[in-house]
Unconditional design. Structure first.
Length: 203
């Protein structure tokens, strides 16, 4: 009687990691334990739904982070906007969020975030590139996208002025004509997708 050799197997699935997560300093901010927990959850993401539901114990086993530390790091990831968590019975369900900083020249412009769904990753990136190249983020067709605009700090000869987005329209007349028209065009173009603010942009 001959023994049949076991079939060869290889785990060829892969997950996406945006370089911007490192370049923007988010990995340094959340720390190595949170990043490891994030990576383990991402490796469990359903190809079509984007849902991941590994148990705390499984995350702890695969990350070599204690269950108590895993729970703390989940709170860190939620606060950083990288996961959203829901619960059914005793099971946690996770949706991961991608975050990419959009810049204008060397200055921050907007933060774009969307739900991570592996089967749509290439399409999502293609749509984002198309919108950036067109200079019109409001034209993107990415599902469940959120575009966060930033506070704008204007450096004038008489001193600095900082406006939040709610009052910026009312203060446009105080700015030099060239800056005023540029801001007016951008505000009008993106008025439908402005959701929140954070950070400063110098003009």
């Amino acid at each position: 009687m001959t023994n049949t050799p076991a079939p060869l197997r290889a785990q060829t699935q892969w997950v996406h990691l945006f370089k911007s997560m490192i370049d923007q300093g988010d990995v340094a901010r959340i720390g190595p334990h949170a990043f490891t927990v994030y990576a383990v959850i991402k490796a469990h993401t359903n190809l079509c739904s984007g849902m991941a539901n590994p148990s705390i114990e499984r995350i702890a086993k695969l990350s070599r982070v204690s269950p108590a530390q895993v729970k703390r790091e989940l709170r860190v990831l939620e606060a950083a906007g990288y996961i959203t968590k829901s619960k059914t019975g005793r099971s946690n369900h996770y949706i991961l969020r991608e975050k990419i900083q959009i810049t204008e020249g060397d200055l921050p412009h907007s933060m774009v975030t969307w739900d991570y769904v592996p089967s749509r990753a290439h399409h999502t990136v293609a749509e984002l590139k198309k919108a950036v190249n067109a200079g019109n983020l409001s034209s993107t067709q990415i599902l469940n996208v959120n575009i966060e605009r930033l506070n704008i700090q204007v450096n004038l000869a008489g001193g600095n002025s900082q406006f939040d987005l709610g009052s910026l329209h009312a203060n446009l007349d105080r700015l030099p004509a060239s800056i005023r028209e540029t801001l007016r065009r951008n505000l009008d173009r993106c008025s439908d997708v402005i959701h929140s603010s954070g950070g400063d942009v110098s003009v």
